[in-house]
Design a protein. Structure first.
Length: 216
């Protein structure tokens, strides 16, 4: 089961909490979920260079709190906080906080810096993806990623590539790991992310598991 289930979803409620934290009536639930999805898509695209790791959305009757965990907060804030104000306006537009609701609902945008970006599975996957699309040797990209993650303080890391790796005629799966990655231990803090790299030969799937030790 540890190989098939998303490790983060597997640990929700035990080690991790959901990135969307709110309550909604049944009639409004689908609309609210769609708003959260559109907001995350927009922020990921607009602030791609900021190294976004997570976007947490918390809603109450009078407040919508959006917390962004990024590796480069200066990109989000901008000169004199100009980018921050633009981002806040985008959030108000996507979450339908119209002029009539602004007096009742306040949008609170907070930025948190990721101190060790090499311990983020999402950033590791995106770095490998960019390297593969620029025709960087896949073995070197994977081994460099392994070393960087372990040097950052991880207890274990596993990287899996699948597809036409290196432009090969026949698709295959290549797995490399270092240290311990207990996928079925619920108390283990496992960060996971997957993404496809669109190379010239076709898509190459990338999956990364990072063991940060036991959750506290």
């Amino acid at each position: 089961m540890g190989q098939k289930v998303n490790p983060i979803g597997f640990r929700l409620g035990n080690t991790f909490t959901s990135s969307s934290r709110w309550f909604s009536e049944k009639a409004d639930y689908a609309k609210t979920v769609l708003e959260d999805h559109k907001l995350r898509q927009h922020l990921e695209k607009k602030l791609e260079s900021a190294g976004i790791v997570d976007i947490i959305i918390e809603r109450s009757l009078t407040k919508i709190k959006v917390t962004m965990a990024v590796s480069r907060p200066g990109v989000v804030i901008g000169k004199g906080g100009a980018n921050l104000e633009d981002t806040k306006k985008d959030i108000e537009r996507i979450l339908n906080v119209s002029k009539s609701r602004k007096d009742k609902v306040k949008v609170d945008l907070r930025i948190e810096e990721i101190v060790k970006p090499d311990l983020s599975a999402k950033l590791v996957v995106e770095r490998i993806s960019n390297q593969l699309m620029k025709r960087y040797p896949h073995r070197r990209a994977v081994m460099q990623a392994l070393e960087r993650v372990m040097q950052a303080g991880a207890e274990g890391v596993k990287i899996v590539l699948s597809g036409r790796i290196g432009g090969a005629e026949i698709a295959r799966t290549q797995k490399v790991s270092k240290g311990s990655v207990p996928t079925q231990t619920l108390r283990a803090n496992i960060d996971y992310y997957e993404k496809g790299a669109r190379t010239r030969s076709g898509y190459v799937g990338i999956k990364v598991w990072i063991n940060k030790g036991e959750a506290r």
